[in-house]
Design a binder for this molecule. Sequence first.
Ligand SMILES: Nc1ncnc2c1ncn2[C@@H]1O[C@H](COP(=O)(O)OP(=O)(O)OP(=O)(O)O)[C@@H](O)[C@H]1O
Ligand SMILES: Cc1ncsc1CCO
Ligand SMILES: [Mg+2]
Length: 249
Amino acid sequence: MVARAADALDALRAKRPRVHCITNTVAHTYTANLLLAAGAVPSMTIAPDEIAAFVAGADALVVNIGTLDETRRTAIGIAIDAATEAGIPWVLDPVFVDRSPGRATFGKALLAMRPSVLRLNPAEFAALSGLSAEADHLPGFARENQAVVALTGETDQVADAARCAAVANGHRWMARITAMGCAGAALVAAFAAVDEDPWHATVAALVALGVAAERGAVVSSGPGTLAVRLLDTLFDLDRKDLLEQAKVS
Ligand SMILES: Nc1ncnc2c1ncn2[C@@H]1O[C@H](COP(=O)(O)OP(=O)(O)OP(=O)(O)O)[C@@H](O)[C@H]1O
Ligand SMILES: Cc1ncsc1CCO
Ligand SMILES: [Mg+2]
């Protein structure tokens, strides 16, 4: 599994996939910088009249509903149709679906449009699934929705109908950097563009992010410096780092 993640990292650097991101106003710049540091290429427009063309030429799409407005709602529908038509993977980050009934309804409708990967935190998982956020509940929910489910936190759980992995890499300061999860979801999309198995791609992305964060934390004094250092360590990350530091079971 870790060797495959290392191969995916090499493939990412070789292919430089373009990831189209419909994301929230908080996450925009950090997400674009994280993708660039990893070796991918971000594009971020949300204009409904051009998004179909952007997605049609991209290698993957991420849909994040953190700050919804009418433009984003419209763009999201067009973008998912374009991704489906083009046959590219797309990742759903249902930010704050637990916070408002309208958002829960919208999040469920997006999930029904069959993302390759659903990346979310425990509160969001509970709201979307009606289940408690335990690893045991992931495979059934993944099977029902025919998607990989990646539940992030201190240990990330990545499940599809048949497989489940736990990724214990990362650092507690990551939870104190806004939009780290959003940027991580975009990185999952980048890896899904270079590994056709979205479960392996998701594990690879979360291992890469977690190892980069651990390496960054050593030279940081808190969340503020880690946000910057993580871009450097992700940029410098190589397959040897993954093979030596991955904590996957
Ligand atoms: N306590 C922790 N220890 C190690 N890694 C962590 C910890 N908390 C979060 N992470 C890592 O931080 C990243 C973001 O996950 P998190 O679950 O915090 O996302 P989120 O709640 O969706 O965040 P946001 O919505 O602010 O983007 C994941 O890659 C996860 O592995
Ligand atoms: C803080 C915040 N509010 C809406 S989106 C976002 C970024 C973390 O998801
Ligand atoms: Mg989030």
